[in-house]
Design a protein around this ligand. Structure first.
Ligand code: FHN
Length: 418
């Protein structure tokens, strides 16, 4: 296993002393989480003044250089009457996801939570007048899902001293340090005080944040909730775990705790005309690829302004959940397996078991697995009767005789007792 990979920038890497930290054990076993990007950008949904705006949906304010005074008026229209925290949490559960991370504040500065330092928030600044994070926190507790908050610590296009908005504010006059002290820290404190146990804070786009600033944010999180994890995107290699680039999967197993944040279509925040949906098979294979390399998959949905998770996302998450229902044993709680670097196969492992994930079933069903020896037995995880498959050891590894045709076109899991 390598320590680093191109997909993971060093500054978003893991704090070296976190590598053996037992606070991460639940996260190391969880493997699959739900990311939710939701905010005012769901209202324009990729179109501003009748024109489609290129790029990610949640970046519309930046891409169209929308003045603060204009953009913030969207808050008066944000009334997601269909929002139902119970449904969102139930969807994550049915998908087999073990934690949920939602944008408490994205780069546009709008907050989904009630905050004493700004009225630019869901509970005080919209007709909805509800703290959706409170409702999600209650539901997560009820349904047994861990809850984390995304928080944009560096970029804030609404705050005069936040990073990124050079069309309303003069960058040279910004007091970024003051913004971190008097705005970011009080908000992080609110998030870690008012919503019960929070499993992680997902800081993002560190950009020019200094090492001292990153460190003081990580320290604040750990002081308020010692078990709360900090994402690698707090910057300066000070996260509890590393963050790969968006939708990036390392080429090989990595000796770090790491996660790939990813989209089901192309955008994070809802865009009405982004229909570039990945297939269920593609998503299952990405999950397995990531897990076989030691990572977690944080897969995103972008609800609409009404509070609906788009149906294509729902269908795909439920499809993944159906696959995990049968094959979850080969995903949750596993570590990278001994078979690495093959195009047709991934592997995960637990004490006493190796799980071969066959992505491309060989014609005739004879699996030649290099490098694995001492196999005591083999069966298909999808076979409830656990009928033993013939196994033969060779000089180079092991040959397993499976069914002639692929039992599962997405990924057939063969369990080896070792
Ligand atoms: O700029 C953001 C983007 O909008 C989105 O939130 C992703 C999620 O990983 N993070 C940033 C880009 O890497």
């Amino acid at each position: 296993m390598t320590l680093q990979d191109d997909a993971i920038r060093p500054e978003r890497g893991q704090r070296p002393d976190a590598r053996q930290d037992p606070r991460l054990d639940w996260w190391r076993d969880a493997k699959f989480g739900l990311f939710i990007h939701w905010g005012l950008y769901a209202i324009p949904a990729g179109t501003w003044k009748g024109e489609p705006v290129a790029g990610l949906g949640e970046w519309i304010m930046y891409r169209a250089r929308i003045p603060v005074r204009e953009y913030e008026q969207l808050a008066a229209q944000f009334n997601p009457v269909q929002f139902d925290a119970a449904q969102w949490v139930a969807l994550a559960k049915a998908a087999g996801q073990k934690y949920l991370v939602i944008t408490s504040k994205h780069h546009d500065g709008f907050c989904l939570f009630q905050s004493k330092v700004t009225g630019y928030n869901m509970a005080d600044g919209t007709p909805f007048r509800r703290d959706v994070l409170k409702e999600l926190a209650a539901e997560c507790r009820k349904q047994g899902l861990k809850l984390g908050f995304y928080y944009s610590q560096t970029q804030d296009w609404h705050h005069p001293d936040g990073d990124g908005n050079d069309w309303d504010y003069d960058e040279a006059k910004k007091d970024f340090a003051g913004y971190i002290e008097r705005y970011v820290k009080p908000q992080v404190t609110e998030l870690l005080t008012n919503y019960g146990p929070i499993c992680l804070i997902w800081f993002d786009t560190p950009k020019g944040i200094t090492a001292d600033q990153s460190e003081s944010l990580a320290e604040l999180v750990h002081k308020l909730q010692p078990d709360c994890l900090v994402s690698g995107r707090v910057g300066n290699t000070l996260g509890d775990y590393a963050s790969a680039g968006d939708n990036r999967i390392p080429g090989q197993a990595v000796t770090m705790d790491w996660e790939t944040p990813a989209t089901i279509n192309d955008t994070w925040g809802f865009k009405s005309y982004d229909h570039n949906w990945k297939s269920i098979a593609d998503l299952v294979r990405k999950l397995v690829d990531i897990v076989s390399k030691g990572g977690n998959y944080l897969l995103n949905v972008g609800p609409t302004a009404e509070g609906i998770i788009p149906q294509p996302s729902v269908e795909r998450l439920l499809g993944m959940g159906r696959w995990l229902e049968v094959n979850g044993e080969a995903v949750y709680g596993t570590r990278p397996g001994p078979v690495q670097g093959l195009a047709w196969c991934r592997s995960t492992a637990k004490p006493g078991a190796v799980y071969l994930h066959i992505l491309d079933w060989p014609q005739g069903g004879e699996l030649l697995v290099p490098g694995v020896k001492g196999v005591k037995g083999a069966y298909l995880l999808g076979d409830a009767s656990r009928a033993p498959l013939p196994v033969r050891e060779t000089d180079d590894g092991t040959i397993i005789h499976g069914p002639a045709a692929a039992p599962d076109e997405m990924d057939t899991v063969v369990v080896l007792s070792v």
